[in-house]
Design a protein around this ligand. Sequence first.
Ligand code: MCA
Ligand code: AMP
Length: 513
Amino acid sequence: MSKHNFFQQLRQNFPKSLDTPAVWAGELTYTWRDLDEATAMLANFLDSLGVEKGSRIAVQVDKSVEAMMLYLATLRAGYVFLPLNTAYQSSEIEYFIDNAQPAVVVCSPKNFGWVSKIAFKAGVKSVFTLGDQRDGTLLDRAAHHSREHQPANVSADDLAVIIYTSGTTGRSKGAMLSHGNIASNAQTLKSYWGWTKGDVLIHALPIFHVHGLFVAIHGALSNGSPMIWMDKFDPKQAIAHMAKGTVFMGVPTLYVRMLNEAALTPESTAHMRLFISGSAPLLKETFDLWRERTGHTILERYGMSETVMLTSNPYAADPRFAQQSERRGGTVGFPLPGVTLRVVDDQNHVVPTNEIGAIQVKGPNVFMGYWQMPEKTAEEFTSDGFFKTGDVGKIDNDGYVTIVGRNKDLIISGGYNVYPAEVESYLNNLPGIAESAVVGVQHPDFGEVGVAVLVPRPGAALDAGEVLQAMKGQLANYKVPKHCAVVDELPRNTMGKVQKNVLRETYAGLFKA
Ligand code: MCA
Ligand code: AMP
């Protein structure tokens, strides 16, 4: 039985009339039949490679409908999808491939040279290409396969996707999500956000992270709703699509950029049903301004790669919370149905209402652990099975959760996570640098960006511009600090620990609007 195969569950929600539009992508229209047949061909092709079930299919390609089809085909055939940000550079890709040991790697045609070299060196047998113009060897090869494919038998606990998340210490960890994890979350969000007949999703996010890959795609497909596909976010185009769309999902930067457009009005957004924000804190100012300019109230939700979605402001009245139906700016709403969320102190005791503590969660959506890191996995769970999110927050009298900070040293820049430890370790290895500290400061467009503070080695002449230039091409561009300062020494407390709060204050005004 393939009833636990998440692809099969999505497919059961495809509309009866398979020849109606499923995706509008520029000039092209893909029907539901196209989605079904193309994923079958790709799944048959993957099967023809003779790799074992559960093998990882690592994919670093530009956003395209075919890239989404490859994701769906991987689930369909019972393999494990491993999406990789297109910003990752060779040393990052080398780490992921060595760590995940994929059976198949798919990359952009333009990157085939260096990616295949890394892959073959790591023992990968099959490397294919997929471009954003339906080009590359993957589609050529899949074209010879049947348009029919019986979805693989999997159990709810079988691995479906590995999403790499960076770590506060050491290298990235692969969060393992099962078919059951992603299915339960998709099902919950479908009803909590009131997905309805006639909905049309404007898909504006990248598809190598949870927001664009899961929350957006699963939302539309599990409701049999078509998508307007944007290969890259553009604020003018996004607003123009609102004449036909009903649901938009974005990180706060996308809302900030749309607010800069004169075309954003009550009239241009009149057809829309729902605006959802997440992945980073939405400023109350952006929330209020959006309501003023459009008459719509953004619904903010909160999640993680390890857990998919955890909390959400209500779409309609939530009977569990005294019928609350208000979407409150600055909060992330209520734990989703099925999710248990608690706020605890250092002794792991639940704190009283309105008090701040560490957020821990439990539920069918919580991941299976980190790929080949049982000790790390054990550290991140409490003895009674709660996952430690690393976020700090509180729950108010009405049940609304507010995130007030993080106890992980993390910068969220335009919705992407940057771990200072990773950037510092890169900087500390550059010639002329004795030590470094990377901190996040407020930024009008990206919300937060990294600033690097460097101490030169004795006698070394450090040029901040050259350091930044050296980082580009070595680290994903969003990890490269937006400013670099050279100082004589870093501020330290009596224990010798770098006082990052002092640095944050020093550079706080650097990017003020
Ligand atoms: C691009 N740059 C960035 C970022 N994006 N720098 C910092 N932070 C970023 N997010 C770099 C570019 O490489 C460029 O560098 C310069 O900044 C300006 O680029 P720009 O053209 O403005 O960027 P863009 O191509 O328009 O991209 C901005 C973006 C993009 C559209 C906001 O970053 C984006 O799509 N963000 C969404 C991320 C996302 O989907 N997150 C969900 C994660 P240079 O000038 O040197 O070339 S899932 C998650 O977090 C959890 C589970 C959840 O709750 O959802
Ligand atoms: P990731 O590692 O990409 O899965 O990012 C997960 C982190 O993003 C969470 O642990 C939070 O710190 C942050 N996050 C996601 N949604 C929100 C939100 N609505 N408000 C504040 N932080 C958020």
